[in-house]
Write a protein that binds this ligand. Sequence first.
Ligand SMILES: Cc1cc2nc3c(=O)[nH]c(=O)nc-3n(C[C@H](O)[C@H](O)[C@H](O)COP(=O)(O)OP(=O)(O)OC[C@H]3O[C@@H](n4cnc5c(N)ncnc54)[C@H](O)[C@@H]3O)c2cc1C
Length: 419
Amino acid sequence: MAENKKILIIGGGMSGLTAAVETAEAGNDAVIVEKTPFLGGRVAQLNKYFPKLCPPNCGLEINFKRIKNNADVTFYTLAEVEKISGEEGNYNVAVKLQPRFINDNCTGCNACAEACPVEMPNEFNFGLDKTKTAYIAHNQAFPFKYAIDARYCKGKACAKCVDACKYNAIDLDMKAETVNLNVASVVIATGWDPYDAGNLDILGGGKIKNVITNMQMERLASPNGPTSGKILRPSDNKEVKNIAFVQCAGSRDENHLPYCSYICCMASLKQATYLREQYPDSKVRIFYIDIRTPGRYEQFYWKVKEDPNVTLTKGKVAKVAEDTATGDVELVVEDVLAGKKITEKYEMVVLATGMVPSTKNFKIPGDISYTNDGFVAMSSLKKGIYAVGTAKNPVDVAKSVQEATGVAIKSIQSARRSK
Ligand SMILES: Cc1cc2nc3c(=O)[nH]c(=O)nc-3n(C[C@H](O)[C@H](O)[C@H](O)COP(=O)(O)OP(=O)(O)OC[C@H]3O[C@@H](n4cnc5c(N)ncnc54)[C@H](O)[C@@H]3O)c2cc1C
């Protein structure tokens, strides 16, 4: 296949992985550029994903296998696009590769992490614990190859990992490099970041230990998370038997995110089941403005609602305060349907924070426009450039996968047109 028939996919989450494997399996080369050291995106951080409540690996593993078995898919990790120029059928793209400091000899034996004396906040677990500077994000990471974080590593002044590695896999001299690609089309699949709870003053401003975000809840419930899947509250590792979820934490609010993030109601209902399964005597209360469980997700809502230990209350949370003696969290809420004010304490509170497109804060270089909220503006895209999944709008995994399959066809058409 000619060099210019390649399709470039920016972002290696569920959207990007799907676009890549569908493109390659239809006969065009696909190149994924992923900025972190691992593929999988945010789905890898979930405990289970609806509607089937499968662990993330059941979807990701299939895609990783398809990539391993298909020479037409290549990928770069720790990689970001620096420049895009040209036109449909003939885009020139410069990709900057940051050093991993660990080469392909790595067997994933963990000796480097054991030897590494430097700890850093574990970003994969949203700061709920720490990890070593020589690290792998989780036990099913792909590629299963460690990375060294240059922001924290002491380099050759330390080099304990080099001595510990039996396989000569560590190269602290690795330098950044640039790769130039010529591609027929470009797919933007850069996904989302969680809305920063630090902006939500009224909900504790990220300062109350036992007020966590929904993504932190995913990590707490996950077997490869900081508590090995046991839902324990951060302040004192106590089992959580009485929890509140605060919906629309920043979403549908002109001062924060003016749009609905689409998945937060389903995410909290799902997380209610995590707690109810783990602690049969636990109680869950969900405070909402409107419950939005579109299409067939409505069935999931009704099923969770049947549980007498799950209460749904229509009401906006007006105040969140910490009881410093117990670590509990007091909520003041206007119960809209009962017409009264509720003041109640919970052992832990989960804020259903929404999805912010990662392009809100990091723009893809090139002639690409964005909506006021930072999503890629579809109507302005040049021919041969496409956006998909949560880079384009807040969507779930199923929609991301559907869109990515459609975009694979569009990208191949771009390649054919330019024959
Ligand atoms: C609390 C919560 C729970 C959820 N639970 C579910 C669920 O149960 N079921 C469900 O269907 N959906 C769920 N979702 C939604 C789901 O996470 C998204 O639909 C999914 O992550 C979308 O995949 P994506 O590939 O578009 O984006 P992402 O998963 O964000 O992947 C984007 C990838 O692009 C990379 N990237 C970003 N910027 C760049 C760049 N400049 N250059 C290169 N790479 C870049 C990122 O590192 C990442 O790997 C949940 C969301 C939340 C907030």
